[in-house]
Design a protein around this ligand. Structure first.
Ligand code: NAD
Ligand code: TDX
Length: 333
């Protein structure tokens, strides 16, 4: 099988390529990545000889058409992915997440290539603390420019399935954690702050809940859906990992031997979603998927270990990321 992986130099895409090379040596992987601030070729260094890397933009229709013409399937991870950035400047989110997805859909339509679309639970908006969980039937209600752009891209995929017969599946996953995640994101930011002797930074009250899943579990689900998912179907991916932000910071502090309240409150995110939670029954019952890393504490400890051991990977981004947060007006309260 020949597979095109967009965004393969980003967090989840790079882990997907690592997993694919390790467990499916019969698959030939081509990565297409623009190498934005979030893309890092070093994430693919250990397997660089086993894949093909193309530096380019998913919105480049001629390039995308040529690459899609040479593969059997596309898995589309590439995106602008950070909510805070989408509040500071929404345009790249519209361009990459919407126009870029359009470009891929036209190419898979033209070449009749199988397509899997990676999306997020944030398209459903947020839940109250005592609500149930998101399912495949929950109505779309995105809050931020990021989640609205992802919701838009999902809608394009559904329309291309129905109107043009494109053989696509979709998945909407909860918050991922693990190796190779950019230091702008919540968990790596706090780990690397602590390595640098800076107190962790909690937005608002910290009562917001995220449903954490190890990135390898997300990616094993993507493979199940790519191989056995029903065309046109959306699958929700989650590992029953609900935790509030304050308790996640508490666990990280504990592993650094610091008191659970040794953090700073900083300016809250405008429009901050309160809670995400996934009901992954369909994925589990129909495709037989199970997470391999159901214990968040263990997965988090391994992730902290990875950041401690791989400072050369994250160090080049750290200062610029913290400067960007300050420039955006983040203040210790
Ligand atoms: P990331 O920001 O770490 O990586 C995104 C990658 O896409 C980078 O390598 C970047 O260079 C590349 N890219 C950006 N614009 C591009 C363009 N125009 N053309 C080609 N490449 C481009 O993101 P991530 O966290 O790995 O997320 C991957 C996907 O998973 C996204 O679609 C995101 O919406 C989705 N998702 C993420 C999470 C999460 O917790 N991180 C959860 C659910 C879904
Ligand atoms: O320094 C911080 N302090 C803090 O309290 C940061 C960076 C975040 N937070 C909070 C905001 C959120 O409630 O932590 C939570 C997680 O924040 P992010 O890592 O920015 O993730 P989130 O906004 O939940 O979105 C993530 O999950 C869904 C990914 O970035 C998205 O790409 C994915 O779709």
């Amino acid at each position: 099988m020949r597979l095109l992986v967009t965004g393969g130099a980003g967090f989840i895409g790079a882990n997907f390529v690592h997993q694919t090379v390790a467990v499916r040596p019969d698959v030939h992987v081509t990565v297409l990545d623009k190498l934005t601030y979030a893309g890092n070729r070093a994430s693919l260094d250990p397997i660089v000889d086993r894949i093909e890397f193309v530096h380019g933009d998913i919105a480049d229709t001629a390039l995308v058409d040529r690459l899609v013409g040479g593969v059997d399937a596309v898995v589309h991870f590439a995106a602008e992915s950070h909510n805070d950035n989408s509040l500071a400047d929404p345009w790249p989110f519209v361009q990459t997440n919407i126009v870029g997805t359009y470009s891929l859909l036209q190419a898979v339509r033209h070449h009749e290539v199988r397509y899997h679309h990676i999306s997020t639970d944030e398209v459903y908006g947020d839940l109250d603390l005592d609500d149930g969980r998101f399912s495949e039937h929950t109505a779309y209600n995105p809050s931020s420019p990021y989640s609205a752009s992802k919701a838009s891209s999902d809608m394009l995929v559904r329309a291309w399935v129905r109107s043009f017969g494109v053989r696509a599946t979709l998945s909407n996953c909860s918050n991922n954690y693990g190796p190779y995640q950019h230091v702008e994101k919540f968990i790596p930011r706090q780990i690397t702050n602590l390595i640098d002797g800076i107190r962790p930074r909690l937005y608002g009250t910290g009562h917001q809940v995220r449903d954490w899943i190890h990135v390898d579990d997300h990616n094993s689900a993507v493979w199940k859906i790519l191989e056995r998912g029903r065309i046109g179907q959306t699958y929700l991916i989650g590992a029953d990992g609900e935790r509030d932000n304050k308790s996640v910071i508490g666990l990280i502090l504990e592993s650094f031997g610091r008191p659970a309240d040794d953090y700073d409150h900083v300016t809250d995110r405008p429009g901050h979603d309160l809670r995400y939670a996934i009901d992954s029954t369909l994925l589990r019952t129909e495709l037989g998927w199970e997470p391999k890393y159901p214990d968040f504490r263990e997965g988090l400890a391994a992730t902290i270990g990875w950041y401690r051991e791989n400072e050369s990977w994250w160090r080049p981004q750290k200062a610029a990321t913290e400067n960007a947060y300050s420039a955006a007006g983040e203040k210790v309260l």
